[in-house]
Design a protein. Structure first.
Length: 270
């Protein structure tokens, strides 16, 4: 809709079974040729305010039920492939092995250490072991690095550190390694004028809303390239997200709805 993704690229995206988005759309009775930028979006939409549960615990520490988004950290995902040699776990001497699981494990630890050093975030939670037998040495390990940081320079340094560690460990164990960036989203600074209006509208109603960044991607981040956007966050007392343990109290949800209504009334009537 925003034109960030080229229609042909979108139509060619595949799932784990190799089914393209175009084929899936057609199978659902939709026309994939209709994909593309909405050229009139900016003229029809003056602004976009997104209300979302905070996917962290910052508001809980600040004692505030509602917060205002400042920015979205730049983030991306990198695929890393380690290639070794399949062998028998019970007969192959340690000195003779080319086990890709070893540099993979070292890279997981390196990602955590680098994230801590740079004040950033790095996660490796998806991995495929090939062929994946319990009594065999893998021929390959495929993994994905999710990395996020407050600015793009820090993110670049973080990823470079992780990849350097992967190469060194792979060399040590006689394993090959390749990597590629599969997706990257630059930093998103929410529209300052709109953000200030959001804060002022809440202040007039006696609501103190801290301004804070987020490392999570959001609809408002995508739309920010076309129309002014802002975000309201609702306190998540557990700080847990993407899990059944994610929780916002009913009174905090109500505060979020009231804050959104107040902002929309201000934007529509002033």
């Amino acid at each position: 809709m925003t034109g960030v993704v080229e229609p042909d690229v979108a139509r060619g995206l595949t799932d784990a079974d190799g089914i393209t988005l175009a084929a899936a759309m057609a199978g659902a009775g939709l026309d994939p040729s209709g994909l593309g930028a909405d050229v009139g979006l900016a003229e029809r939409v003056a602004g976009f305010i997104e209300l979302h549960v905070e996917q962290g615990s910052a508001l809980g520490g600040l004692g505030a039920p509602v917060g205002v988004g400042e920015s979205i950290w730049p983030h991306g995902r990198w695929r890393i492939d380690f290639g070794g040699r399949a062998d028998h776990a019970g007969t192959t001497r340690l000195a003779d092995r080319r086990d890709p699981m070893l540099p993979y494990a070292a890279t997981v630890l390196a990602a955590r250490e680098a994230a801590s050093e740079f004040g950033a975030l790095a996660t490796m939670s998806k991995v495929r072991a090939v062929p994946g037998g319990a009594n065999g040495i893998c021929s390959a390990v495929q993994t994905w690095l999710d990395a996020r940081a407050a600015d793009e320079k820090t993110l670049e340094s973080l990823v470079a550190r992780v990849m350097d560690s992967a190469r060194k460990s792979a060399d040590q164990h006689g394993v090959t390694v390749t990597s590629r960036c599969e997706s990257f989203t630059p930093v998103v600074e929410f529209d300052r004028d709109l953000r200030d209006r959001v804060g002022a509208a809440l202040a007039r109603r006696g609501v103190t809303a801290p301004v804070l960044p987020t490392g999570a991607g959001h609809d408002a981040g995508v739309l920010a390239g076309v129309v002014p956007t802002a975000m309201l966050f609702v306190r998540n007392r557990t700080g847990v997200s993407h899990s059944p343990a994610e929780h916002a109290d009913p009174e905090d949800c109500a505060a979020g709805v009231e804050a959104l209504a107040a902002v929309l009334e201000d934007l529509a009537c002033r």
